[in-house]
Design a binder for this molecule. Structure first.
Ligand SMILES: [Zn+2]
Ligand SMILES: [Zn+2]
Length: 158
């Protein structure tokens, strides 16, 4: 792992708002990113969303992943069946990865996002001062790169 997100040491833990669902990851995330798109904003209810992308198989939910909600084609999102907290998002174009909202993770403070996806959709009054790479639209190529290589440009830019 050439780990951009390795500041967070596994296991990584978290839980939904009501505590009914716990999440646990045995490895640090492959990528951590903001997303400013409308969908992610609505899913989280926040002015911007930030997610940690884990390799499928290194992540587990107890007792289960809650309830799936209908969404955009090629996107699957799940929520706590009790309190509705977003738990996981999967995207057909990012196979093998599961995206968990940073806000439900106990170690979020150690997971600084490396990317801003859909920066063109960022709310005009939201100014996040960081050195993270900004992409006008989807960052799917960067995200899919994960720890397995992929595009080098823009990584670790700071
Ligand atoms: Zn809950
Ligand atoms: Zn988004």
């Amino acid at each position: 792992m050439e780990g951009r997100a390795e500041a967070a040491t596994a296991p990584i833990t978290g839980h939904c708002y009501c505590g009914a669902v716990a999440v646990r990851a045995m490895r640090a995330p492959e990528v951590v990113a903001w997303c400013h798109c409308d969908d992610c904003r609505r899913v989280t209810g926040a002015p911007a969303a930030a997610f940690a992308g884990f390799a499928e198989g290194h992540l587990s939910f107890e007792p289960d992943e809650g309830r799936a909600a209908p969404g955009a084609p090629g996107v699957r999102r799940s929520f706590c069946a009790e309190c509705g907290s977003p738990l996981a998002s999967r995207f057909d174009y990012l196979p093998g990865q599961v995206y968990v909202p940073l806000g439900i993770l106990d170690q979020a403070g150690e997971m600084e996002p490396q990317l801003h996806s859909y920066d063109s959709r960022r709310l005009p009054w939201l100014h996040i001062e960081d050195n993270a790479e900004r992409l006008e639209t989807s960052s799917r190529k960067r995200l899919a790169g994960g720890s397995a290589g992929g595009e080098e440009s823009g990584r670790m830019r700071r």
